[in-house]
Design a binder for this molecule. Structure first.
Ligand code: GDP
Ligand code: MG
Length: 289
């Protein structure tokens, strides 16, 4: 069994990886690139291999780390994903989560740094987070070795059950209509669980997605269907007055904002991020990640 450990840089991935694997680690490079690849056997269960993915903020096609991470997730088909997120910075960390949950891979979320969350006097409501994300959520502290093995065991269990319970988020209806149109054109040619991922990426005009469809699903859209898709996307962009990639990014952040509202109680409950902060993040995410 293969479990991918995915998360933002500085979310505590390495700390958790070391705890879960102990000295049983292998370090190499990802094929063809000089990005470090670490794998290890889960302590107490030699059948479970954990792969530490490069830390990324999203699964866009812009940086080498992002491409390595998404190629592994989509091409190598790990049995499950353990998504580690920094509990002191949920807004930023959940962006990647919203993308991981579209991959159709059994997923468990480990909210890390809960020692620091506690120290700040904040509270994260995990059951509410589970409802919003449609997967198990564990509070952990990799630094203090709290909850880590439990999260790993739950991930193994989720993989064995092949549980990809549906993630409850949908985009605005105009976008969903366009996504359904795209999905119908790939229907039957793309593995069912990966369909949402390919559909959203096609809508975003992701520069690497046609190649990935061909490599993994042995499927090529006809030029006729590609132009049909393009005209649907253009119509949606006109209606929403934005480009398709920004539409998706913006709606992910809107969803995250609503999740934070219902899942986090801040000691200082004033609105903790301003609109200009958010726009900054969207722009940073798009151009600098
Ligand atoms: P990575 O970049 O995701 O691999 O993150 P690291 O494992 O290198 O951790 C980044 C920083 O966060 C380090 O200084 C860790 O000691 C710290 N860190 C990791 N886990 C925790 C935790 O649970 N609580 C606190 N307070 N700090 C942590
Ligand atoms: Mg690391």
């Amino acid at each position: 069994m293969k479990i991918a450990l995915a998360g933002n840089p500085n979310s505590g991935k390495t700390t958790l990886f070391n705890l879960l694997t102990g000295s049983n680690q292998f370090v190499g490079n990802w094929p063809g690139v000089t990005v470090e690849k670490k794998t290890g056997k889960l302590k107490g269960d030699d059948d479970v291999e954990i792969v530490d993915l490069p830390g990324v903020y999203s699964l866009s096609p812009y940086s080498l780390e992002e491409v390595v991470s998404r190629n592994f997730l989509v091409n190598e088909k790990p049995d499950a994903v353990l998504n580690i997120i920094d509990g002191t910075n949920l807004e930023r960390n959940l962006y990647l989560t919203t993308q991981l949950l579209e991959l159709g891979i059994p997923t468990v979320i480990a909210v890390n740094m809960t020692d620091a969350v506690c120290k700040n006097g904040d509270k994260i409501h995990t059951e509410e987070l589970e409802k919003n994300l449609g997967c198990p959520v564990f509070e952990i502290s990799a630094l203090k070795n709290k909850g880590c093995m439990e999260a790993a065991s739950a991930t193994v269990k989720r993989a064995l059950e092949k549980n990809t319970e549906k993630y409850p988020f949908s985009f605005d209806s105009c976008v969903e209509q366009c996504l359904s149109f795209i999905e119908n054109l790939t229907d039957g040619n793309v593995s069912k669980e990966k369909s949402r991922w390919y559909t959203v990426k096609l809508f975003e005009r992701d520069s690497k997605i046609l190649e990935q469809l061909k490599e993994n699903e042995n499927f090529e859209l006809t030029s006729e269907n590609l132009s049909l898709i393009e005209s649907k996307i253009k119509a949606c962009e006109e209606e929403m007055d934005d480009d398709s990639e920004s539409i998706i990014t913006g709606q992910r952040y809107k969803y995250i904002e609503s999740i934070i509202k219902s899942c986090v109680t801040k000691k200082n409950s004033k609105n903790h991020f301003s609109t200009s902060d958010k726009i900054d993040r969207i722009v940073t995410n798009k151009y600098l990640s």
